[in-house]
Design a protein around this ligand. Structure first.
Ligand code: SF4
Length: 172
């Protein structure tokens, strides 16, 4: 099984990285270089800690009270392959899956491996963080350009469909 490079041990009980109570995987490594990034310590692709995929799956299987899994970072889609079995284990528990990415959904869909991870995800918050479009009132995203996308509906209809979680943001 593949190891994952994470910025920190898996986090439980987050109430800010999507709806409900969530486990969060903070991946290590990001090349997007967004000005004003809140997590610059996650950029180095050689930094962070190596964690066995099997150990993360075990944490999912043994977790209580969590209702979802969020992939964040760093850039999670740089580790799409080792993340797929982890996301599948979370889905088996009935959790909803969110992912944050500096890539747009269109960019992700141009790559088969990243598309395979995308296919396991319910909600994607996509695009780079743009400091000039930052707004503290935004829910679940940092800047206005980012989109909260209903991935499964978008894949089914082959066009971009926003998640209902982005509705309030679009009124700002
Ligand atoms: S994609 Fe996220 S982690 Fe990467 S530089 Fe941009 S804000 Fe930071």
């Amino acid at each position: 099984m593949d190891d994952l490079r994470l910025a920190a041990p898996v986090q439980m009980d987050s109430i800010v990285d999507g709806p409900g109570v969530r486990m969060v995987i903070w991946t290590q490594g990001c090349h997007h270089g967004c000005l004003g990034c809140h997590n610059p310590q996650t950029h180095d692709i050689h930094g962070g800690i190596l964690v066995a995929q099997a150990d993360v799956i075990k944490e999912i299987e043994q977790a209580s009270l969590q209702t979802g899994l969020t992939l964040s970072g760093g850039e999670p889609f740089l580790q799409a392959k080792p993340l797929i079995p982890i996301v599948k284990a979370a889905k088996k528990r009935g959790w909803n899956i969110w992912a944050y990415s500096g890539f747009t959904i269109e960019e992700l869909m141009a790559h088969p491996e990243q598309t395979s991870l995308l296919e396991c995800i319910d909600v994607l918050v996509d695009g780079k963080f743009i400091k000039a479009q930052k707004d503290y009132r935004l829910k679940f995203k940092g800047s206005k350009n980012q989109r909260i996308i209903d991935v499964q509906a978008s894949l089914l209809k082959q066009r971009l469909i926003y998640s209902s979680y982005d509705k309030e943001n679009q009124l700002l």
